[in-house]
Design a protein around this ligand. Structure first.
Ligand code: R5P
Length: 292
């Protein structure tokens, strides 16, 4: 029984102070349930509403690509600088320290390797196993215009239903086939379909022209993939342009882990994303860290 000696019979109910109703910082996510919002807050920094997702899931179709041959050696040291790690359950269980206490975005679709027709993916993770891994979101590749478009959209909607059952956000990853034009028109189509069909946020590629129309037409947050390795200043410029045109962050892989100085690069990307640092300044910051 609780000791009530010395209990003071005085209470302050703040009668004149209306209960606060803090707004959730992510676009289009106000109506989500608490658990879903809490998971998203493990991905997007609540102070900025933005994220630096470190993408290392490439092995699910590419095998040990350059920079990811030994994830324990090359990627784990970068974890302190990322808001979120995006990876497969195989890498998570085998290589990622369980003491990593930020968001995990779990790759949840897969099937064909780079040797086959890429759009022929299926759901590759059961939601129960994703929950067992304490993930913050699952990611599914969506091939709008691809040979297996409907199948990939069906993968997405099945994951959205499963995610809604348990409060798990789904990241729709728009994959652009080699034969398709990577322009704002295509990105508007692909991202909007993902959002309309229930994704909590969407990953796409940055396009030079009219990217702001892509973010404007998508009712939920957009993050950009980094794409193939660019010179560091170019990658920082791309991230900056995307953020200034409404992206809520990056899901960047090769431009970080294939950099000459990955630890410096992820910190420079973080400055661009969270502090709106201009690209030239961020590049100087990168060089300073690299040469320290
Ligand atoms: C595709 O392999 C994955 O979805 C990657 O996570 C995504 O492409 C981001 O990685 P990168 O910045 O290397 O394009």
């Amino acid at each position: 029984m609780a000791d009530t000696d010395g209990n003071i019979d005085s209470h302050d109910y703040y009668i004149d102070t209306p209960q606060t109703a803090p707004t959730f910082p992510l676009k289009g996510c106000q109506s989500l349930d608490w658990g879903m919002k809490n998971r998203l807050a493990n991905i997007f920094d609540p102070k900025t509403g933005r994220t630096v997702m470190l993408a290392v899931d490439h092995g699910y179709f590419m095998g040990p690509t350059t920079g990811l041959e030994r994830i324990d050696v090359t990627i784990n040291p970068l974890l302190p600088y990322a808001n979120t790690l995006m990876c497969t359950r195989g890498i998570l269980r085998s290589t990622t320290p369980p003491t990593f206490n930020k968001g995990i975005v779990l790759r949840a679709s897969g099937g064909p390797s780079i040797l086959k027709e890429m759009s022929n993916e299926h759901i590759a993770v059961d939601m129960e196993d994703a929950l067992r891994l304490n993930i913050s979101a699952v990611a599914v590749q969506v091939f709008i215009g691809g040979e297996y478009e409907t199948q990939s959209v069906n993968n997405m909607t099945r994951l959205v239903d499963a995610g809604n059952r348990y409060g798990v956000p789904v990241l729709g990853v728009t994959a652009v086939g080699k034969q398709m034009v990577r322009d704002a028109k295509y990105m508007r189509l692909a991202t909007r379909i993902c959002a309309e069909l229930g994704c909590s946020y969407v990953k796409t590629y940055y396009v030079e022209k009219d990217f702001d129309t892509v973010t404007a037409a998508c009712p939920v947050p957009i993050v950009i993939a980094g794409g193939k390795k660019l010179p560091e200043l170019d990658a920082l410029t791309m991230a900056h342009n995307a953020i200034q045109q409404g992206a809520a962050g990056v899901d960047m892989g090769r431009n970080i882990f294939q950099s000459d100085a990955p630890t410096a690069m992820i910190q420079a990307v973080s400055k661009v994303v969270h502090e709106d640092m201009p690209p030239k300044e961020a590049f100087e910051y990168f060089e300073t860290l690299k040469n320290a």
